[in-house]
Ligand binder design. Structure first.
Ligand code: AMP
Ligand code: GLY
Length: 438
């Protein structure tokens, strides 16, 4: 097993990887990492109905927060690098436990994961470090929130402080909506996540996601990606985890991305360092491009889903080495990450009733045949004993495709989805409307 405590002189061997998680994001990570130089096998815990279909990938039935189970599996399979996908195990300190056991882990400590797990903590860090973000107030009771609203007399964005699976935010159009969101949160709508709220000034502008792979001191940026958070076409309906994505998002050109590095990501990593946090994982900055420049809407401590599925096919075969070097605190030893100069499109197929009450148990008819330029990543699926693949709810599949331009990439992704069927399947036909001409 690799020792992560001291900085190595050269990168150790990297043959066996373990990816923690079972969504589309982890499926895409496993697929991309398996294609990397020297990587022989990738285990995914717990994985999903598509994991074993991926060449060189195996699933293991271990829950994502079962640190003891994960450590044992890593010993048995001689794992050289663990990549933790979702936020919940990170916030629960699974990366710390694995590192304490001597494993090389890509994913921040519980301290670092507060960037996502506590919005108030992240806002304080941004304020201290001078990172551009909406003005905010943290409040601990309904009366405190309502008093503030009374004083300000303008609508505010209401955010549950803790992890609320992407559902803890109300963007209010008027003060009545702000007031009822405050009351509902303190009446228990988000459970413990809503015991404290962050109230924010409302910003305007297009949104874009930027991902920085960090080794605690240094970082590599991935191409910017555009998510589609709303359930319905025309960007209407409830917020979801994300119904589709594309990359690279032309909203941020090379100079724009450099500006985000200087104004947002590097100051964030420095601020974490100043708190004694060695952040080895992804910083995901959800940005709004306002008239005053980029502003941080939120930080996450992991890859976006489905942005990750969109980005992974663009990554060169150095990716695994880059993540390993981040895990070991020596990004300067990693080969340069090459990125394909093509357009990548991604459309999510969700279960009926998603996001409120997704139905489960429908058999999926899969005729699709992935190729070099088209990938179908499973998410909410399970393979039955008899070989049938059934839905397990939520976001079921992500169809991804690459081409020289976005029109062709989306045509290919939508053609791929035509080869998949399950009862209640729903997807947006207008993903990428910002960049498609057709
Ligand atoms: P979050 O969970 O923090 O990403 O928020 C979910 C969505 O709410 C974001 O993607 C934005 O569309 C919107 N949002 C969050 N904060 C603000 C803000 N300060 N101003 C305007 N919209 C916001
Ligand atoms: N796609 C947004 C997220 O992963 O939070």
């Amino acid at each position: 097993m690799a020792h992560s405590s001291s900085r190595p002189q050269t990168l150790p061997p990297l043959r066996h990887l373990l990816v923690v998680g079972g969504g589309g994001r982890e499926q895409a990570l496993a697929w991309a990492l398996r294609r990397c130089n020297d990587v022989e096998a990738v285990w995914v815990t717990p994985g999903n109905g598509g994991t074993e279909e991926l060449d060189g990938c195996r699933s293991l039935a271990i829950a994502e927060q079962d640190a003891e189970g994960l450590i044992k599996a890593c010993q048995q399979q001689a794992i050289d690098l663990v990549v933790i996908g979702p936020e919940a195990p990170l916030a629960a300190g699974v990366a710390d436990r694995l590192r304490d056991a001597g494993l090389a882990v890509f994913g921040p400590s519980a301290n670092g994961a507060q960037l996502e797990a506590s919005k108030a903590w992240a806002k304080d860090l941004m304020r201290e470090a001078g990172i551009p973000t909406a003005g905010h107030w943290a409040v601990a009771s309904a009366s405190e929130g309502l008093e503030l609203l009374e004083k300000l007399q303008r609508p505010l964005v209401v955010k549950a402080d803790g992890l609320a699976a992407g559902k803890g935010v109300t963007v209010a159009d008027n003060t009545e909506q702000t007031a009822s969101a405050i009351r509902e949160a303190f009446a228990g709508r988000f459970g413990a996540a809503g015991e404290r709220l962050v109230l924010e000034e409302r910003l305007q502008g297009p949104e874009v996601s930027v991902f920085a792979l960090c080794d605690g001191e240094r970082m590599v940026l991935l191409p910017p990606a555009q998510d589609h958070k709303r359930l319905l076409e025309g960007d209407l309906g409830p917020n979801t985890g994300g119904m589709g994505a594309y990359a690279p998002a032309p909203l941020l050109d090379r100079a724009g991305l450099e500006q985000v590095r200087e104004l947002v990501l590097e100051p964030t990593l420095r601020a974490l360092q100043n708190k004694g946090i060695q952040y080895r994982g992804v910083i995901y900055a959800g940005l709004m491009l306002t008239a005053e420049g980029p502003q941080v809407i939120e930080f996450n401590c992991r890859f976006g889903d489905p942005e990750c599925q969109t980005l992974m096919p663009l990554m060169g075969p150095e990716l695994a080495r880059v993540l390993q070097a981040c895990a070991l605190g020596c990004l300067d030893l990693a080969p340069e990450l090459s990125v394909a100069q093509t357009c990548s499109a991604c459309v999510v197929a969700a279960a009926e009733g998603y996001p409120e009450t997704p139905r489960k148990g429908d058999v999926i008819d899969l005729q699709s045949d992935p190729d070099d330029q088209r990938q179908l990543f499973h998410a909410g699926t399970r393979r039955e004993q008899d070989g049938r693949v059934v839905t397990t709810g939520g976001r079921v599949l992500t169809q991804v495709a690459q081409a020289a331009d976005f029109d062709r990439a989306f045509d290919s992704a939508y053609a791929g989805l035509k080869l998949v069927r399950f009862d209640g399947m729903q997807y947006r036909r207008d993903i990428g409307h910002q960049v498609r001409r057709a």
